[in-house]
Design a protein around this ligand. Structure first.
Ligand SMILES: Nc1ncnc2c1ncn2[C@@H]1O[C@H](COP(=O)(O)OP(=O)(O)OP(=O)(O)O)[C@@H](O)[C@H]1O
Ligand SMILES: O=P(O)(O)OC[C@H]1O[C@H](OP(=O)(O)OP(=O)(O)O)[C@H](O)[C@@H]1O
Ligand SMILES: [Mg+2]
Length: 411
């Protein structure tokens, strides 16, 4: 039995490569704390005969739901869920790679992967909405998704805890938008929208959205009385022109989709700002051995990379009589002082047979968008030979987000 042999010889993780969604139905066997998927009932029965495992059948539509299996609490490996598709998927993988946390996914249809620098951690690819659902269900411990997803599918669950709230990609906001013309031509705020005489219990304002949880809360908050929330999965911007809705509640980034569909945002119509976040289950962090350690490492690497991403290291030579004199020149005459202050080292040169120490190398880090300002200021105080290189990491003191996480966990 190939699968059983594979399990015995190469370990459980490799046998987990079977993709449940490719088979008409799938099965799983629970062996101690591990779960093995099988592509056919025959294969599973064969495995069952050759070992003493508890076997249970999962229908396809159970694939996404959680069962109250003991491994939820006994599971030793920590699970990180990442978006399997859509615009967040690639950015997430790239960010992790930049943090030296490259995800090893042997083939595109495989939903489980690993990160070699984080042994004991499994990566599971899921749809963005399922990342949040699975964290809440206890099937995974950590996830990277848009904050919009955390709020919509998290439904205010206080087990969810945002560990890093600004991963620097997937920036957008969730907003109400209405047509630019017709009865909405002169409407520019939610209060004006709410005051329109057009809405009644028989003819409510129809808002189409994929965000029904947030949508309902928002409508209540702004006091819109006669409203019906309609749901749809995509291309919501078409609905008003089609006549199937009056307004939309959807994500906006550049604003192009709204503009191209003759829609506009209105004052007071922003529900939330979103970008990629690292989210965790509080329960997992507190109860699952190593979950907090793994989270700490991921957080430190994210912080160090994201801090460094926008900075350059700048090295320049400067003529001077002493380190102190050069330091004074930099500290008093430029805005660029490095993390704690400039590093200054002597540069030795040979002249007429003797070694001179009349130049100093200064090292600072500079925010990318201010690089040219820094070059100009350094030149002004005698800097020359300016070398600029990208920064990979800035590991400073313990990141404030780590302290905040421990506070939230009451640690
Ligand atoms: N225009 C945008 N600009 C920036 N980020 C966006 C934009 N649209 C969506 N996002 C972010 O990307 C996430 C995933 O959106 P995407 O459209 O890729 O998937 P989806 O349509 O929600 O998923 P699915 O197709 O599985 O239902 C959103 O939850 C949001 O955080
Ligand atoms: O302000 P913009 O930059 O134009 O972006 C906004 C659009 O992006 C998202 O859709 P997406 O492209 O993900 O398509 P979808 O309808 O399949 O979700 C969102 O649902 C908007 O339609
Ligand atoms: Mg989308």
């Amino acid at each position: 039995m190939a699968l059983y042999d594979a399990f015995c010889t190469t370990g459980i993780q490799q046998t987990l490569g079977f993709s449940p969604s490719l088979s008409p139905s799938f099965y799983r066997a629970r062996l101690s704390t591990q779960t093995l998927p099988f592509s056919s009932r025959r294969e599973l029965r064969a495995f069952q005969c050759s070992s003493s495992v508890i076997v249970e059948e999962l229908r396809n539509d159970d694939a996404g739901t959680s069962l109250a299996l003991p491994e939820k609490t006994d599971r030793k490996v920590v699970r990180l869920a990442l978006p399997s598709k859509g615009r967040m998927a690639e950015d997430t993988i790239n960010l992790l790679k930049d943090c030296q946390l490259a995800v090893h996914k042997p083939n595109p249809r495989q939903y489980i992967a690993s990160i070699s620098s984080l042994p004991g951690l499994e990566v599971w690819f899921q749809r963005a909405s399922d990342v949040v659902r699975k964290i809440r269900a206890g099937d995974v411990d950590l996830g990277i998704v848009g904050y919009d997803m955390v709020c919509e599918y998290g439904e205010d669950d206080d087990d969810l805890i945002v560990v890093h709230d600004a991963l620097g990609f997937g920036e957008c906001h969730l907003a109400l938008a209405i047509p630019t013309s017709g009865i909405f031509e002169n409407i520019s705020s939610v209060s004006e929208l709410a005051a329109m005489k057009h809405w009644s219990p028989e003819r409510p304002l129809r808002i189409v959205t994929g965000y029904t949880h947030l949508g309902k809360k928002f409508v209540d908050k702004i006091g819109l009385k006669h409203v019906r929330l309609l749901t749809a999965d995509g291309a919501l911007e078409a609905a008003p022109a089609m006549g199937t809705a009056d307004a939309i509640l959807d994500l906006v980034s550049s604003g192009t989709t709204l503009r191209e569909n003759s829609l506009k945002e209105i004052e007071g119509g922003t529900v939330l700002q979103s970008q990629g976040v690292l989210v965790a289950s509080k329960r997992s962090l507190l109860l699952r051995e190593t979950a907090l350690d793994k989270t700490h490492e991921i957080l430190e690497r994210l912080e160090a990379h994201l801090r460094a991403k926008n900075q350059f290291t700048v090295t320049a030579n400067m003529r001077g009589n002493s380190k102190d004199e050069v330091a004074e020149r930099i500290l008093l005459n430029t805005e660029f002082h490095g993390l704690q202050g400039p590093t200054i080292c002597p540069v030795f040169s040979k002249m007429n047979g003797s070694v001179l120490e009349n130049y100093y190398a200064i090292i600072i880090c500079v925010t990318k968008h201010r690089l040219y300002d820094a070059v100009k200021q350094l030149r002004k105080i005698g800097g020359s030979g300016v070398l600029v290189s990208p920064l990979t990491y800035i590991f400073d003191e313990e990141p404030p987000r780590w302290r905040m996480l421990l506070d939230k966990l009451n640690q």
